[in-house]
Ligand binder design. Structure first.
Ligand code: GRF
Length: 216
């Protein structure tokens, strides 16, 4: 088996997906493990949580740079300096510029709290409830220049229940995030997942539609 690809996780907030990924690496579900957790915010709870696990952490704050381009170049350099060969965005709340996306093309995953292509952007749980949808969920996708629009890898799907609140629905979706994201990261680390043009390949086979995971 080839050596696992080292990766970095980028967080802006609480970092529960980062913790799920770190736990999966510890349990052997992801070969290797995160070589760094990087944030745009020194006060991100996810950074402290990573440090407590002994994972190297780094802050690259946009305020220290003249513009987004400079910041994105510094961010890329910081990630690469830890030896990472791919990047998992896990609640990273800033837009990355085209140079960053091109630099990590096919090596940049994100998790989004909706069944993409439905509900790109923010406040997805609220919007699903307002629309009266029957299904909701989360999606792991490769990142491209267009926000929340890259090729889809795996989705977690939950029914919307009558009487659901934004909080209850979000908690149910997050449970699935913590299952599907470590899976996808594990595939990429093991060299099983790739992007060929706009096509996602898993074990060399094109995925015609994202894989679907539902609660047991
Ligand atoms: C998750 O809901 C994820 O889908 C979105 O940001 C949130 C991050 O949560 N991209 P956490 O910081 O991993 O707990």
């Amino acid at each position: 088996m080839p050596a696992p690809l080292p990766f970095a996780v980028l967080v802006s907030g609480r970092g529960s997906n980062m913790l799920a990924i770190a736990a999966a690496a510890r349990d052997g579900q992801i070969p290797g493990g995160p070589v760094a957790v990087v944030s745009d915010r020194a006060d991100a709870a996810g950074l402290a949580a990573a440090a407590a696990l002994g994972i190297p952490t780094e802050v690259v704050a946009p305020a220290q740079f003249a513009d987004r381009g400079d910041w994105c170049r510094a961010l890329s350099a910081a990630i690469a300096s830890h030896g990472a060969e791919f990047v998992a965005l896990a609640g990273f709340m800033r837009i990355l510029d085209p140079g960053f996306v091109a630099r990590w093309q096919g090596r940049l995953l994100n998790i989004h709290p909706s069944l993409l292509p439905a509900y790109p952007g923010l406040h997805t749980h609220r919007r699903v409830l307002e629309a009266g949808d029957r299904w909701h969920g989360c999606t792991v996708h490769f990142v491209t220049e267009e926000l929340d629009a890259g090729p889809l890898v795996i989705q977690g799907r939950v029914p919307v229940l009558s009487g659901d609140t934004e909080q209850a629905l979000s908690a149910r979706v997050q449970k699935l995030e913590h299952i599907i994201y470590p899976k996808a990261v594990g595939w990429l680390a093991a060299g099983r997942l790739a992007l060929d043009g706009g096509t996602v390949l898993l074990d060399g086979q094109p995925l015609r539609a994202p894989l679907i995971e539902e609660p047991e």
